[in-house]
Structure formats: structure tokens, C-alpha cells
Design a protein around this ligand. Structure first.
Ligand code: FES
Length: 97
């Protein structure tokens, strides 16, 4: 399962592995969305609307689960997540980026 139910809440901290960039960093609640976090880590993430509407920030989630805050309107493939709206809800997630 890639997404948690809407009742799940983001963790205070999670380990985020960026497989293409070969980096693993600790995300915390104050880092915001996984798009904000990726950019702060100098991971090359695509983006446009930053609000879940365009789909530009979609990447493959290889491991773990995320929750969307806010809920996006863009549609993505079954193993993709929209970084601009996503936060981890498992202690470790793996992103193909
Ligand atoms: S940047 Fe547009 S959906 Fe994430």
C-alpha cells in the first residue's frame, strides 16, 4: 500500500531515501511537503503549481507510505506520488528521484 487512509497523520520524523540521488535524509514535520524537503536537500525535483493540480512533481514511491495534505486533484500512476502534497506516514520511505 502506498497511501494511508485519510485518518493517518504524518509522523514527526521519517527517513527519506532518494535512490537516484543516492542520499538518505531525515525529514521532520517542520520540513513541510516532500517537495519542499527535496528542494532543501538539493534533490532535483520538478514542480509547477505546488498545489496538487498539475502533476509535474510526480515521482515513484518505491517503499513506505505517504498521506496527502491537501488532497491533490491531479491524477498519477499507481506507484507515483505528488511530492508537493505528500508527507511520510511510515518511518522510512524510498523515492525514485
Ligand atoms: S507541483 Fe503541481 S501537482 Fe505538484
Amino acid at each position: 500500500m502506498l497511501f494511508s487512509s485519510s485518518k493517518a497523520t504524518p509522523l514527526k520524523e521519517a527517513s527519506v531515501e532518494f535512490t537516484d540521488s543516492q542520499k538518505t535524509e531525515t525529514w521532520s514535520d517542520s520540513d513541510g511537503s516532500l517537495l519542499d524537503f527535496s528542494e532543501h536537500q538539493n534533490i532535483p525535483a520538478l514542480s509547477s503549481c505546488r498545489g496538487g493540480h498539475c502533476g509535474a512533481c510526480a515521482v515513484q514511491l518505491l517503499e513506505g507510505e505517504v498521506i496527502y495534505e491537501p488532497q491533490p486533484t491531479a491524477e498519477v500512476g499507481g506507484r507515483e506520488v505528488l511530492l508537493c502534497c505528500a508527507k511520510p506516514v511510515t518511518a522510512h520511505i524510498k523515492l525514485k528521484i
